[in-house]
Structures are given as structure tokens and as C-alpha cells.
Write a protein that binds this ligand. Structure first.
Ligand code: GCV
Length: 655
């Protein structure tokens, strides 16, 4: 049995004490001045040494096997690692780099102390590696404590108040530092009345969280309502060009920084799904964002302004409006108009975190604007942490995409943000295997070129120190293909949104078909899919640059997995492998369920290697996953059989 990782009320996840065995049994010298992050490193090592018999000193230490040294550039996150003559050395410019260097050595375990190692340089690709929590302070009547939260309550808030349980927040910060996350927004982007006050009279609650996260290199951010000057300040307007409004924000922001000196900044969802915004005053989103940027600028803060702006009161009869076009249409005319400390936060796909979407054409179309790409770790549309669905391969594809079709080097955008999947569940994420998603996000944000399977190896080794090969193989068998499996038994070929309205769990093929949300599949008796071509459709393909505009324009060149996202095709349309679309739908839905059954079988066979509570939790979730997957298979297949009248060529039962 490995991975005995419970510590008190919550799981140790990827930082169980045993993960520190290698560093904790060494003689370590820290050669760095005093500082918050150096102190964190020292504390971590002290704890590990007490457990495993090593020693850590801050000077002397001639016989050290591990040397951690830092100069005085506290904000630099990079570090180097080398091993020569029996000494492993981490060198950083400052304490933050030292912290990441320590966790890197922890990840390497005994390998960090074996043989010689040439000097390696480690530097994060994305300077901002941020989590957004969609946590409400007060329980929302529809969305609950955490909007789209599948891991219990909030880590920060309960029933209208700060939880005060900062031990758990501290443990969370530590986990996040260990996978490289360095920023966090503590409340939902849908800012309701109670949450709005976090900006003003309840800022102390935010400051308390910031104090606990700071030692782990995490800056705290806050979601604010654009209407704050009216709802909190009593002003008659929130017009971003009104002097009194601008003064109000300047003063509110000054007070925030009085409480939180290193406050990261604001996150804003404006003119989106009912949230207030600058359109009400005839102003642009650049006007809105720049007003907040101006308030934050004197203190080095940033406004993350979300680009999730679309018409959610669409008439389904109106074939000219295409929700996928919305962000590009709204924002590209504003390129170059945003302040340097305003970051446009763009969902990775043009719709809304479906299991398969193309990369948003906005990314790459605003060269004079700072962009952050937003991913969704919380599994709103990918099984809600009842289904196992490891999203590493999806994110890796997104992060390797290049708008100009070139080979993927460097970064896709300026920052990376993701909606957290963690809550007060003892396993943090509801489904214990969903921890791998949180870990993978952090690591890919640091190094988007990393092979996601190698990241999974790290997660497995850290979470289950000393695990036999059979456990690692089993976890790979369960996780590696789980996104592809989920895709197979849910909405086919990129068409998306065949979910039950509102909560978005489980199948409902026509659930959004005649709705105002702009999410359609247009299935009829002849075919299915959305014509987004420039020649005959909504023109969405024209939002891409070459080569993607041409690639997506034609069914023959469009990547198969996105076929129905871009094209309406007959059921008899033949795919590259020779199958028709309708047969592909039937086959993938049968296969998806079989793959989920196989994953459940593999998991059952790991019972002797996994803690009973963890094993039981996953096993229980597999029962629900299987029930739900069969429901998906049967509803999707029956729907398309009935629409098309085309029988399954293999004669399987379709209801
Ligand atoms: C926070 C989707 C979700 C909403 C979420 C929204 C957003 O529409 O269903 O719950 O709201 O995205 O990203 O703002």
C-alpha cells in the first residue's frame, strides 16, 4: 500500500510527507538572505529533515549535499540546477526562484542526488499562472457556494462569511506552489451583492487569505463588479469616463493596497451573461478596462478583463448570429486600445469549455493587446468530477496551437488562467483523480512544451511515493485516454452542447437547440453540424489567419474531430478512415462506454495499492460514470438513428 496521504481533514495530494524523503535525509545549506520565500524554503526543509533525519543550516554547512542559494532579486522565479562532485546546487536570483527550485528537487527525489548533472536553467514560460475561483461568499440560490464547483464548498467562504479555516488555505497554497501556480482570484466572476463588498468593507477577509498564500509565492486577485461605484459607492453612474467614477475606483483601489500591499489586481466579467459593463454607458470595453487599469497602475496591479462577451438572448431562428464569432467581433476592433496593465482574458475556445473546440481566433488576432488564455479545470462540461477526465492532452493541444500554423515554440499568450476545481472536499477535488488536472495545469503553465504524460508521471510519483510500477501503469491506463473516452460517448465531432440545460450534466441532445444561448447543432433528417464556413455559413472560419482559415473552411481539410463544429454534413459524409459520420457516431458511442468499463476494471484491480478511502471514492464515481456514459450512448445513438433512419451497420441495439 502506498500513498498514505491524509493529514488531518484533508488529503496531502501531491505533497505527502514521503515525497520529501530524498531532500529530508540530506545535509542542506541555504545560502540566501532573509526573506519571505527563503523562510518558506527553510521551513519546508526543516519539516522534512525532522522527519527523515537530515539537517538544514543557513550558514556553515561545508559538508552539504544540497545547496540552495539565492541573490537578492525577490521576484525572479527562475532557477538553475546542477550537480557536481556530490553536491546538488540550486541557484536562483531570489526567494521565489528558490521556492520553485526546492519543489523541483522534491519532484526529482533521489534522482536529484545521483551522478552528475550539467547546469539546467528553469524559467516559467508564463509569468502569470493563475487560478480563478468561482466561489461565492453567500450561497447562491441556483449556483450554490461554488459556481460550477464539484468538490464540496468553498475553501475560502461559507454561508456568507470567510471560513477562517486558514490551515486548509495554507495547505492549498503549498500544493499550488509545488506545481507552479502564482496567482489566485478568490471569488466568482459573477459578482453578487455580498461578494461585491469584498472590495470595500470586507477587504480584510481577502487580506487574511492573501497573508496565507503569500509565503507560497501566490498573489491574490479579486473579481469585482463593474457596477461597484453605484452599488457600493452610491454614485448615480458607473460610466468609466465619468470623473467621479474614476475617482471612486482610484480611492477604492488605494484602500485595497493599504490592506494588501502586493495585491494582484481585478478580474472583471462585464456585459456578459447579465453582468453590468460599459455598454450601458455607450462606452467600449477598452474604456472600461482602462479605467480599472488606471486605478491599479500606481501600485503595479493588473486588470484581467474577460472577453466572454456574447448575446445570450439570441433568437434561435436567426441564422446570421453565431456565438462563436462574438469575442473576435467585439474585441479585435479594440486592439491597441488597452492599457499596458490590462490583460484580455480569453477562453481557449470560442464557445464555452466544451470537450472539443478549436482554439479561439481571438488568440493571435490582437498583437497589440496583452492576452491571457483561460482554461477550465473544474469539469463543467467534462463530467463534473464524477467522470474521470484528465485534461492534460487537451490543454497541451491548445497550448501548442499557433495561430499562424508555425511550429509551437514559446507561448500562446501572455498569461494563463484556469478556473479551479478545488473545494473543501477532503480530497480537494471531489474525484480524487481530478487532482491530476489541477497539478497538470500548473505544470503546463510553467512549461507548455512538456509532454503531459510526463507531467502525469510526476503527479503519480509524488502522490504515491514508492508506488510499484503496477500502480503507475494502472493510473496511466485509467487517465491517459480518459479525455478521448469522454469525448467518444458525449457530443460527437466537435458539435458540443448536447447537455442538460442549467446544470450541464448528462445528455440532452436538443436541450439548447431552441434556446437563447446560441448553442446549436442543427441536426435534421439529412445531416448535422454548424456551417461556419465563409462561403456558405456564418463566416467564422474567416476570423482565422492562414493557414487555419483555409484548413477549417472545407470539410475535406477540416480536422475530423472538429468537423461538426465547422460544417453541416450529411450523415453519409465519409470520414478519412472510410466510415460515414452516422456510423462514426454509433461506433464511438459504443467504444466510449467500453473504454469506461475497462477503466473501471483496471481501477478495481488496484485496490491493494491504493488507500481504501481513496480507492472507494474513485470506485463509487466509476459507477456513476458508467451509468451516465450508457445514458449518453443510448440517447445520442437513439436520437441520430431516429433522425437519420440509418441503421447501425453492425446491428447493435439502439433504442
Ligand atoms: C461564471 C459558463 C458557465 C457559467 C460561468 C460562465 C463564465 O457560461 O456556465 O457558470 O459563469 O461560463 O465563464 O463566465
Amino acid at each position: 500500500m502506498t500513498g498514505t496521504t491524509y493529514s488531518g481533514d484533508f488529503d496531502a495530494a501531491w505533497l505527502p510527507p514521503a515525497a520529501f524523503r530524498a531532500v529530508g535525509s540530506r545535509r542542506t545549506l541555504i545560502r540566501a538572505g532573509d526573506g519571505l520565500w527563503t523562510d518558506t524554503v527553510h521551513r519546508e526543509l526543516n519539516g522534512a529533515c525532522e522527519r527523515f533525519g537530515g539537517r538544514v543550516v543557513r550558514d556553515g554547512g561545508e559538508d552539504a549535499e544540497l545547496v540552495l542559494e539565492a541573490a537578492d532579486a525577490p521576484d525572479d522565479e527562475s532557477f538553475t540546477l546542477e550537480r557536481r562532485d556530490g553536491v546538488t546546487t540550486v541557484t536562483a536570483s531570489g526567494g521565489r526562484g528558490l521556492l520553485y527550485g526546492l519543489f523541483h528537487v522534491v519532484r526529482l527525489g533521489e534522482d536529484a542526488f545521483a551522478g552528475e548533472r550539467a547546469r539546467e536553467e528553469h524559467r516559467p514560460a508564463y509569468a502569470t499562472r493563475m487560478l480563478d475561483h468561482w466561489d461565492n461568499v453567500a450561497v447562491h440560490p441556483v449556483m450554490g457556494q461554488v459556481e460550477r464547483g464539484y468538490a464540496g464548498g468553498s475553501l475560502f467562504w461559507a454561508d456568507g462569511r470567510a471560513r477562517g479555516d486558514l490551515d486548509r488555505v495554507r495547505a492549498y497554497g503549498r500544493l499550488l506552489a509545488a506545481c507552479g501556480i502564482n496567482a489566485l482570484a478568490v471569488n466568482n466572476v459573477n459578482v453578487h451583492a455580498t461578494e461585491a463588498r469584498l472590495l470595500t468593507d470586507r477587504i480584510g477577509d481577502v487580506a487574511a487569505i492573501a497573508d496565507v498564500l503569500r509565503p507560497y509565492g501566490i498573489r491574490t486577485h479579486l473579481s469585482v463588479t463593474f457596477a461597484a461605484p453605484t452599488v457600493l459607492g452610491g454614485l448615480p453612474t458607473a460610466d468609466p469616463l465619468d470623473e467621479a467614477v474614476r475617482d471612486w475606483w482610484a480611492e477604492a483601489t488605494r484602500r485595497v493596497y493599504e490592506e494588501i500591499g502586493d495585491f494582484g489586481g481585478y478580474v472583471v466579467k462585464a456585459d456578459s451573461e447579465g453582468q453590468p459593463g460599459p455598454f450601458a454607458y455607450g462606452r467600449s470595453h477598452a474604456d472600461g478596462a482602462n479605467m480599472l487599469a488606471a486605478a491599479l497602475e500606481p501600485y503595479g496591479g493588473t486588470v484581467h478583463w474577460r472577453a466572454f462577451v456574447y448575446d445570450h438572448h439570441q433568437d434561435w431562428r436567426d441564422r446570421t448570429t453565431d456565438r462563436a464569432r462574438a469575442a473576435y467581433d467585439h474585441f479585435t476592433p479594440l486592439d491597441g486600445a488597452f492599457a499596458p496593465n490590462a490583460v484580455l482574458q480569453v477562453k481557449h475556445g470560442p464557445m464555452d469549455f466544451q470537450v472539443r473546440e478549436p482554439v479561439s481566433p481571438l488568440i493571435g488576432a490582437m498583437p497589440d493587446t496583452r492576452l491571457a488564455v483561460e482554461l477550465q479545470i473544474t469539469q463543467e462540461y467534462t463530467g463534473q468530477q464524477r467522470h474521470v477526465c484528465w485534461l492534460g492532452p487537451m490543454w497541451s493541444e491548445v497550448l501548442r496551437f499557433r495561430p499562424d500554423g508555425e511550429v509551437s515554440t514559446g507561448r500562446l499568450a501572455d498569461g494563463l488562467v484556469a478556473v479551479s476545481n478545488a473545494g473543501d472536499d477532503p480530497f480537494w477535488t471531489g474525484h480524487p483523480l481530478a487532482q491530476a488536472n489541477l497539478y497538470t495545469f500548473g505544470r503546463l503553465a510553467w512549461d507548455p512544451a512538456a509532454d503531459p504524460r510526463a507531467v502525469l508521471d510526476e503527479w503519480i510519483a509524488l502522490t504515491h511515493p514508492g508506488a510499484p510500477e503496477r500502480l503507475a501503469e494502472g493510473l496511466h491506463a485509467v487517465l491517459d485516454g480518459s479525455w478521448a473516452t469522454y469525448e467518444k460517448y458525449t457530443a460527437p465531432l466537435g458539435v458540443g452542447f448536447m447537455v442538460q440545460p442549467g446544470h450541464h450534466y448528462g445528455p440532452s441532445v436538443d436541450g439548447y437547440e431552441y434556446s437563447p444561448w446560441g448553442t446549436y447543432h442543427f441536426a435534421d433528417r439529412d445531416g448535422v453540424g454548424v456551417d461556419r464556413s465563409t462561403a456558405t455559413g456564418t463566416g467564422y472560419t474567416g476570423q482565422y489567419a492562414t493557414p487555419w482559415a483555409e484548413v477549417y473552411e472545407f470539410p475535406d481539410t477540416c480536422p475530423e474531430e472538429l468537423l461538426l463544429f465547422f460544417h453541416h454534413v450529411p450523415y453519409g459524409h465519409v470520414l478519412a478512415g472510410g466510415k460515414t459520420v452516422i456510423q462514426h457516431i454509433y461506433d464511438t458511442h459504443f467504444e466510449g462506454v467500453e473504454e469506461a468499463e475497462e477503466a473501471r476494471r483496471v481501477w478495481a484491480g488496484l485496490a491493494d495499492l491504493v488507500e481504501p478511502a481513496r480507492h472507494a471514492r474513485v470506485a463509487e464515481r466509476f459507477e456513476e460514470q458508467l451509468r451516465s456514459a450508457r445514458e449518453w450512448r443510448d440517447q445520442i445513438n437513439s436520437y441520430f438513428l431516429r433522425k437519420s433512419g440509418v441503421p447501425d451497420e453492425r446491428g447493435r441495439t439502439i433504442h
